[in-house]
Design a protein around this ligand. Structure first.
Ligand SMILES: [Zn+2]
Length: 464
């Protein structure tokens, strides 16, 4: 074969394989960093939110790149941003979701100004850099990269920035109620999981969030006969409430494995010390009854204990009006985190049984929404596993169930499987800083995060 022909064939082969030249990830990471700094400075602390400030910044970026943003106001000064790159329609859309409100930093002793992104020892420090402005900035940058490269898509790729995730999800709820078509998708990538770094900065696993516990508060009220405290009566409201709460404190809801927690502990066993690993393997191998010895060993860890069951715990208490009067009423708030295949109504019935006093009123307070888990197979998890294996060979992708909640519960409820995979790798210590002081992301996580995200979105949405 003549050399020129070889070259032509090689060039053709590489074009059809990758279809696109490798983008400049370093430049894109710089651009993410700049946008993130502006979003942090916008101060979208919720309450009150002021998400319109962040939306204005994102909308300007998109317009500059020739992408028409769709802005919707769900409350005064509070907005969502949606933008779409069209595919050929041969597959249903992919949604990239991020929330743009942040938890307030007032009263927290930060070592830098929380609303001014600051570089400290290789980290970017500022409120929201991890939760969730970093992902918001990356998702928008990704749309710009796709637009620039003009890559042919089989799915529409939709970017959605939502407000109010941190206090109820009014932004995503508004979109699903009024503009569902604008974000309807075959699947969504959201926060809730991420690549996890060890202390040396090496990616050791990817936590892929596929389920969330259901959040539900209950108000428990006891009523009693009031009167002079010098003559105590049997139906003392405080005592009755306290008896019920003491029973609840001693109660453990039954331990159960869901497919997502089974997969999680199966994968985690590979990473644990031999003794703990053996117990985890024994637990996940169980078909009906969970083995008592494995349960006892694992449940010494309160976090594992909470993964395996619904939990309900007393969090607020009030009662009585005067030091020398019998209380007419006593109230407690009981906060429940419910396994995603159970319902708040089931739990209310169980609470009544556990409290064991029909005179105690049990009233659900608010509804934070609930939904079953996303499937652990299908296009989302398959693509995540494939791209993770390419970028970090041998590193496991572990399905997880969050004990807290994200906007994903509303998507799952609306029939859109959502997966928590924030592309910015973090240590467990970094992750714990979300909502707290000195929230941070490693600068070194930006470039590989962007590459992972870009490859993931191409795998899911580019024409084959
Ligand atoms: Zn968040």
């Amino acid at each position: 074969m003549r050399p020129s022909l070889v070259l032509i064939l090689l060039a053709a082969a590489s074009l059809s394989a990758a279809a696109q030249p490798t983008p400049d990830y370093d430049a894109a990471a710089q651009s993410v960093r700049k946008l993130l700094g502006e979003l942090v400075a916008a101060d979208t602390s919720n309450p009150p939110g002021n998400e319109a400030r962040a939306v204005a910044i994102g909308a300007a970026r998109l317009k500059q790149a020739g992408i028409e943003p769709e802005v919707s106001e769900f409350a005064p000064g509070r907005q969502n941003l949606v933008a779409r790159l069209k595919g050929d329609g041969s597959a249903r859309p992919l949604l990239l979701l991020a929330h743009i409100d942040v938890v307030g930093a007032a009263g927290q002793a930060w070592s830098t100004d929380p609303h001014k992104m600051t570089e400290v020892d290789g980290y970017l420090v500022g409120r929201g850099v991890a939760d969730d402005l970093g992902m918001a900035a990356m998702s928008l940058e990704l749309l710009l990269m796709l637009k620039r490269s003009n890559v042919p898509l089989r799915r529409d790729v939709i970017l959605a920035w939502t407000g109010d995730e941190e206090s109820g999800g009014a932004g995503i709820i508004w979109l699903l109620e009024h503009k569902k078509a604008s974000i309807d998708a075959a699947l969504a990538i959201n926060e809730g999981g991420s690549p996890v770094l060890d202390e040396q900065g090496k990616v050791v696993r990817l936590a892929m969030q596929a389920a969330e516990k259901i959040y539900q508060d209950f108000e428990i009220t006891a009523k009693g006969t009031t009167g002079h405290s010098s003559v105590p009566l049997e139906d003392n409201a405080i005592v009755r409430l306290a008896r019920g709460l003491a029973k609840l404190g001693d109660h453990r809801f039954p331990a159960r494995l869901l497919p997502v927690t089974r997969a999680y502990y199966e994968a985690r066993a590979e990473l644990e010390k031999p003794e703990l690993a053996a117990m985890m393997r024994k637990l996940v191998a169980a078909q009906d009854e969970l083995p008592a010895d494995a349960l006892a060993a694992l449940e010494a860890d309160p976090a594992i204990r909470a993964d395996l069951r619904t939990t309900c715990v007393a969090t607020l208490l009030s009662g009585g009006t005067r030091v020398n009067a019998l209380p007419a009423e006593a109230k407690a708030n009981v906060n429940c985190r419910i396994l995603p295949d159970e319902t708040p109504a089931d739990v209310r019935r169980q609470l009544a049984e556990v409290l064991g006093d029909p005179a105690l009123e049990i009233r659900p307070v608010g509804s934070f929404g609930s939904a079953g888990p996303s499937p652990l197979d299908g296009p989302g998890p398959e693509a995540i596993r494939k791209v993770a294996a390419e970028m970090w060979p041998g590193v496991p992708v572990i399905p997880t169930m969050s004990r807290g909640a994200t906007d994903s519960r509303f998507l799952r409820q609306a029939g859109i499987p959502a997966y928590g995979m924030r592309p910015i790798a973090a240590t467990e210590e970094d992750s714990r800083r979300a909502h707290g002081i000195d929230e941070r992301i490693a600068i070194a996580s930006l470039r590989p995060g962007l590459e992972f995200y870009h490859r993931l979105v191409l795998d899911l949405a580019a024409k084959r």
